[in-house]
Design a protein around this ligand. Structure first.
Ligand code: NAD
Length: 295
């Protein structure tokens, strides 16, 4: 059996186009475009790349993007003052503070300071609570992107057995809640789970969000299952360079699964596309407008 490879890049591009297509109507209704402010503290190379991509994608969608670059020795009080100013700025619909922050800054205090209605990363406890309670709110980009891919492949997810490996606040836990909300029977597995391969073999939907290269093997997977690989791991390519791999053994699982996301080109591109979607949704809700359908 050869699994269908889920093209996250193409799906993300289509989502970005739907977001861009909805901006003119928002502009016509409000006289302004949705605005995203991204804050980065310090010089972390990977974070710089992510922030540049987010800014470019925001502008390509016809929205306003402002990046605030702060030095690594910025104090927590200075960062909180910037967040307060962005909260108060009517032109700002989304605030994203790029993580990780330098060690002298308490990340949870900074996230807690963001206006939950501008929290386009969906990390604020108010948004985590809304998701847990089944209330409307802003949902973390990566797991929401995974669910969009799953619904594109499988349609209605109700009744399916889902196993999520990894229980982080930014991927695993919200992923489990989104699948529960779609009436899956969800198992949230983690580093202390007993007999993880046997747990995974029950899954119609298997989501790996661990951060361990190619940990999930072909004999952990039920034939025909849909596999979503969230992991991004840089490893030695054996030829003096490096390459990106996910948390699953892609070649091995491709022989068993029904559909599978590749790394790169699967979940990764969805994260920025959903960030744009969340910014557009936040802008509509703040303006008292219904978010466009089909996002
Ligand atoms: P994290 O380190 O916060 O959490 C990892 C989770 O995996 C933990 O809950 C832990 O219990 C579990 N775990 C660790 N070892 C395990 C094991 N041996 N067996 C079972 N479970 C185990 O990581 P995270 O932030 O959730 O990210 C997970 C992966 O997803 C990373 O590779 C990260 O780079 C990637 N990621 C990708 C995107 C994207 O846009 N595609 C976004 C966020 C994270």
């Amino acid at each position: 059996m050869s699994a269908r490879v889920i093209d996250g890049k193409a799906f993300a591009l289509a989502l970005r186009e739907r977001v861009a297509a909805a901006v003119p109507a928002f502009r016509a209704a409000t006289g302004r475009v949705p605005g995203l402010s991204v804050v980065i503290v310090g010089e972390d190379a990977a974070s710089q790349v992510y922030v540049r991509s987010k800014g470019k994608a925001t502008e390509a969608a016809g929205m306003a993007s402002v990046t605030h670059r702060l030095p690594a020795d910025t104090t927590q009080a200075e960062l909180l003052a910037l967040v307060a100013a962005l909260n108060a700025d009517e032109a700002v619909d989304g605030i994203l503070v790029q993580l990780p922050l330098p060690r002298h800054i308490d990340e949870s205090a900074v996230i807690a300071a963001i206006d939950p209605d501008k929290d386009v990363d969906g990390f604020h406890v108010v948004n985590a609570g809304r998701l847990a309670a089944g209330l409307p709110g802003l949902v973390p980009c990566t797991p929401l992107g995974c669910v969009m891919l799953l619904e594109d492949v499988l349609g209605d997810l109700a009744g399916l057995d889902a196993v999520v490996i990894g229980r982080s606040n930014i991927v695993g836990k919200p992923m489990a809640q989104l699948l529960t909300a779609r009436s899956c029977t969800v198992t949230l597995a983690h580093s202390r789970t007993r007999d993880l391969p046997a747990v995974c073999r029950r899954a119609d939907i298997l989501v790996a969000a661990v951060g361990r290269p190619e940990m999930v093997k072909a004999d952990w997977v039920k034939p025909g299952a849909t596999v979503i690989d969230v992991g991004i791991n840089r490893i030695d390519d054996g030829a003096g360079g490096t390459k990106l791999v996910g948390d699953v053994d892609f070649a091995g699982l491709s022989e068993v699964a029904g559909a599978i996301t590749p790394v790169p080109g699967g979940v990764g591109p969805m994260t920025i596309a959903v960030l744009l979607r969340n910014t557009l949704v936040a802008a509509h809700l703040r303006a008292g407008l219904a978010p466009p359908a089909g996002l």
